[in-house]
Design a protein. Structure first.
Length: 536
């Protein structure tokens, strides 16, 4: 018997919206401030998945200029109808410091999942998490949650529905609130499907922490009234502190070509404080150091209601796979020698496209050249490319050819959650113009320096970082091999649950970076970047 092993998309892949077209399955996930936006993975058997593309690869589709931590592209919804793909998403531009948010919700279409995608159509901005429903009578409807920023009100004001005219490319008719949510609260992430005469409205509730859940309700009329599932929520880990999959919620349903049903959902796999630390996680039950991930659960139907196949409302690590031919993909390279004219597809950048003017594979054959710009704490113009950390034990290394001339020039290896929480092994110079190596970073928005600078010889220098037992350890290569530099660093600081900021929704990355805050744009050349699953 084939088995789906959760998470199917490990490491920072939240809000999975699943869609089937014939024998192909696609999952779209949130990317927040990372560019390009919206990762799309592909499978033919629900077991084996590959990163296929990122939909929002142009600024005309997603402008992240100045976006703050965990802003940007929230909760896409992917559907297929009328021979094309439909993709809705929100670009969250402001959501801290006040009770009113500034989401902008968009709809784009494409004939192929790999694009090109149409210019975005602005749809209502009552709240975030838009989706589109294609009814069997040909009509289309936009759904999203509604945000109420007034004092002493439920900020999550329910789910609204409005008809959409695909010819005129605009919403039409009455805006109706069709669902106010359940006692779980925090009602968001709506999606709708129709089966056997019922409209099923599926929402995320409970917030995206350890109370997260999937709520299902149904009605014979698209505008309601909607009755709530008799055993709601359909999935949650709220009352299962020992469940291996925590934070389960934000579900989307799919039917296979063999008439089996599955639900995609986000999840987290929290870890405890490492020895010697007593940080208190905001949502209890530990720290999701890999971020929110994606999983699948098998569904059964009873009395026209969906239930988890296992008879509970707790998600499982191992799930019965559908009766489909196995379809593994060729193994993906986790490394990049910078020999081709394309970067490894797992690399992303912060807030703006990777462009030749600051990230060049042409300037020096066999190297990636990063032109130094803003520091990591900026919301603008970082010369930083990174990939998701997808394993609790990993190793990443690079070789850097760099000759800084001023203390404002620095480059090296970074482990990054957001601008206020990261570790940076930097090559720079000291006051005596000697080239130095030192770990610096921000934790909880406070700048830190870890250990004293080490004077290193001129010429190429190899750097490495490992994760094991919830500790990061940086290294540099000397004549005698890899030598640790600085102390072990706590990985729980780079998680949703750490610190004072409640708006933390992303995950940890590892990558390479160059900064030159003098404005002279000193470049750094990297000869490779390797990532391996196990600490080495």
């Amino acid at each position: 018997m084939n088995t789906i092993k959760n998470p199917i998309l490990p490491g920072f892949n939240p809000d999975p919206s699943i869609c089937r077209v014939g024998e192909d399955y696609y999952i779209a996930t949130s990317t927040f401030e990372w560019f390009p936006g919206i990762q799309i993975h592909h499978s033919k058997d629900l077991v084996n998945w590959r990163l296929l593309t990122r939909a929002l690869s142009e600024v005309r589709l997603l402008d992240l200029t100045g976006i703050d931590n965990s802003g940007g592209c929230w909760a896409p919804a992917l559907t297929h109808a009328d021979g094309k793909f439909w993709l809705t998403y929100a670009n969250m531009r402001a959501f801290r410091g006040g009770s009113w948010m500034s989401p902008r919700c968009y709809l784009i279409t494409a004939d192929s999942i790999e694009g090109p995608w149409s210019d975005p159509v602005s749809i209502n901005a009552f709240g975030f998490d838009p989706s589109i429903f294609h009814d069997d009578d040909g009509k289309k409807y936009i759904l999203n949650m509604i945000w109420d920023g007034r004092l002493n009100k439920n900020f999550f004001g329910g789910i609204v529905l409005q008809e959409y005219d695909p010819i005129a490319q605009k919403n039409i008719g009455e805006i109706q609130t069709i669902f106010h949510g359940t006692e779980c609260g925090f009602t968001e992430g709506p999606q709708m499907f129709k089966k056997d005469g019922y409209y099923y409205l599926v929402t995320a509730e409970g917030g995206t922490g350890f109370h997260h859940a999937v709520t299902v309700c149904r009605s014979r009329n698209i505008a309601g009234p909607y009755e709530v599932h008799p055993n709601n929520p359909v999935i949650t880990s709220e009352f299962k502190g020992d469940a291996p999959l925590q934070r389960t919620g934000h579900g989307f349903f799919v039917e296979t070509q063999s008439n089996e049903w599955y639900m995609s959902h986000l999840l987290g796999r929290p870890v405890d404080n490492p020895e010697g630390y007593n940080f208190v996680p905001k949502f209890a039950r530990g720290f999701s150091i890999l971020g929110r991930e994606s999983g699948l659960q098998k569904i059964k139907w009873e009395n026209d209601w969906p239930y988890l196949y296992n008879g509970t409302n707790t998600g499982e690590l191992n799930v019965i796979a559908p009766d489909l031919p196995a379809h593994p993909w060729p193994s993906e390279s986790l490394n990049d020698d910078f020999e081709s004219d394309q970067l490894n597809p797992h690399f992303q950048s912060l807030r703006q496209p990777i462009e030749e003017r600051w990230c060049s594979l042409k300037a020096r054959q066999g190297y990636l050249r990063l032109t130094g710009r803003d520091y990591l704490y900026s919301n603008y113009d970082q010369s930083f490319i990174a990939r998701r950390i997808q394993h609790f034990e990993f190793s990443a290394e690079t070789e850097l050819d760099y000759s800084p001339e001023y203390i404002q020039q620095m480059a090296g290896l970074v482990v990054y959650y957001d601008k206020g929480n990261h570790y940076f092994l930097k090559v720079s110079i000291d006051d005596n113009h000697a080239r130095t190596l030192q770990i610096v970073g921000h934790i909880n928005d406070q700048y830190n320096e870890y250990g004293t600078p080490v004077v290193v010889p001129d010429g190429p220098i190899k750097l490495k970082v490992t994760l094991g037992e919830c500790w990061y350890q940086f290294y540099w290569q000397t004549n005698s091999g890899w030598s640790p530099i600085g102390p072990k660093l706590n990985a729980t600081c780079l998680s949703d649950e750490f610190g004072d900021d409640i708006f933390r929704f992303t995950g940890s990355f590892v990558g390479i970076f160059a900064a030159d805050v003098s404005g002279l744009n000193k470049h750094a050349d990297f000869s490779y970047f390797y990532y391996s699953e196990n600490s080495q």
